[in-house]
Design a protein around this ligand. Structure first.
Ligand code: BTN
Length: 259
């Protein structure tokens, strides 16, 4: 058993029980199956590598390294809970943990963690309803030890190692820290909804006040320039289109920082 596999966590409920895989298609896929089979709130799936790691909007998540984090959490928020902003809460917690090493880390709506405009971590939430209760798999990937990024990622991605060199932490230490901060953000969210974490999100939001490009009609590819104003009460991104039109809510899809 590797040291990573044997890690213990100082959390109240997140991270137990845990399954670790040397290689798997996707920790989210495995966690969805485990959830369907009855895995409890807080259960965790980790892997050294993923052969079919997936990102938001049908994208792939490069997962070869063995030095990075590939993690999926099974969450059962309870009956009738609104979960639309749960991924934002995971983002708040993940950023808070990563800020121990990189205080300049920012959140790019909806829930990427950026450093210097490059992506350090991403989150993918997948949910289904079982009767009245949501069953959620919240997966996250953090680039920890990887130094080289292939193809387009060479221009857009970063890692703790790339930012900090020899001072970068090991992935096990990163997991221990971020599970604690994610658990704290989730508890605040489960108790007080998005209102409880909205101020934290906005304080560390990479987009607020910035010029962004938004897709007005999903899937068309046509992008419109706007200024990001902040977040609405439910976590939607509020933007003011540059053509002077009314403030709009962006609820899904992607937003790009304007060049
Ligand atoms: C994104 O930024 O598009 C989200 C990336 C999420 C990647 C993680 S890695 C662990 C978990 N398993 C997956 O297949 N995806 C998520």
């Amino acid at each position: 058993m590797s040291a990573f596999e044997k890690l213990s966590f100082e959390t109240a409920w997140l991270g137990r029980p845990r399954e670790h895989w040397t290689e798997i298609d996707s920790t989210n896929e495995r966690a969805l199956a485990w959830a369907r089979a009855g895995a409890p709130h807080g259960a965790l799936v980790t892997a050294d590598r993923q052969t079919a790691g997936r990102g938001r909007l049908g994208r792939r998540w490069a997962s070869e390294s063995g030095e990075d984090l590939y993690v999926s959490m099974i969450l059962r928020p309870g009956p009738q809970r609104a979960i639309g902003a749960l991924g934002l809460a995971v983002g708040v917690g993940l950023r808070a943990g990563l800020s121990r090493w990189l205080p300049e880390a920012r959140l790019k709506w909806p829930n990427d963690v950026l450093v210097g405009g490059r992506k350090l971590a991403g989150i993918l939430c997948e949910a289904r309803w079982v009767g009245q209760a949501p069953e959620v798999v919240a997966g996250f990937g953090v680039n920890v030890g990887r130094e080289e990024f292939a193809g387009p990622l060479a221009e857009t991605a970063t890692s703790l190692r790339r930012e900090l060199g020899e001072a970068a932490p090991e992935r096990g230490e990163v997991l221990q820290v971020v599970l604690g901060t994610i658990e704290q953000a989730l508890e605040e969210f489960f108790t007080g909804g998005f209102a409880a974490i909205r101020e934290q999100y906005e304080r560390h939001c990479a987009l607020r006040g910035q010029r962004v490009m938004i897709e007005m009609a999903q899937g068309t590819g046509a992008k419109t320039p706007a200024v990001a104003l902040g977040l609405d009460a439910d976590g939607a991104l509020l933007v003011a289109p540059e053509d002077g039109g009314a403030t709009r809510r962006v609820e899904a899809g992607d937003v790009w920082l304007a060049p």
